[in-house]
Design a protein around this ligand. Sequence first.
Ligand code: RIB
Length: 314
Amino acid sequence: MNSNQAQRILVAGSINMDLVCRVPRLAAVGETLRGEQFQTVPGGKGANQAVAAARLGADVSLLGAVGTDAFGTTQIDGLAQAGVDTQGVFRVPDVASGVAMIFVLPKGENSITFIQGANAGLTDAWMQSIWNKDAEYQWMLLQTELPLSVNRKLIRSAVSHGVPVLLDAGGQPNLLTPEDLEGVSVFSPNESELDAIVGHSCTDEDSAIRAAQGLLQYGVEAVALKRGAQGALWVDRDRVIKEPAFTVDPVDTTACGDAWTSGLAVALMHEMTIPYALKFANAAGALAALAEGAQPAMPYLEDVLDMMECKELL
Ligand code: RIB
């Protein structure tokens, strides 16, 4: 990468306060169940990805919205402490900040329901203002917890400014259609999100590869598929690249996908080879499973390099 090029990532996405309960199992409909622990933890896929990218060494600006409530203030303070530029985080009056109810099971799996709140309040003028700054962005990172109409505008504006878009399908994958991938450079779903966008279940690696190849006709340049313990797959017009996962004993898998996507964004920003970029992302995702919560669990660059047994970024 030319040293004069910007190394800033623009993350546009949700900012939630996570209301996290550790539970022995999920309660059935109509059942009351005693949980084991409760915590409020800063989260939201956009904010998590911004914090992860900053911890992985990128300059990061976040475009998003919170309410004028205490959760909003806590979020902005935490993001700023993590080194994220929060000038693009707007406060929507008279609307609560986004929240997510998260149940974490004993083996670290989770179940998440989120309420959009202020995340749905981003205006066109606020979205436009992010381009009026002096900063140049090397990548735009999106997820699907903002309204789809907002994402479509953001993709169009990124394309018009020549900024490649990495779209993480997490959030509301059922709203996405393949046509929404036009203008996206890299699309990153997990397996269930891939199923949602192609409209059928991919039962194994071969069917997942075929489904990813089918999405390329909609204008996306590559599909980066997160397969959890089975690693990651990169599919573009010329190749299919597989990279195995790191084996860990998960404490809490919340936001592992966010850490993974940020790892990929940082790796692409540094123009790493695709196998190395997938390995970097796999390490970031695996490390996020070893700590509780979303933003507190986002990994640091040195820990990712340690896991990869590398001394410095290649
Ligand atoms: O990806 C994890 C995130 O999803 C949580 O932090 C929660 O806020 C939901 O947005």
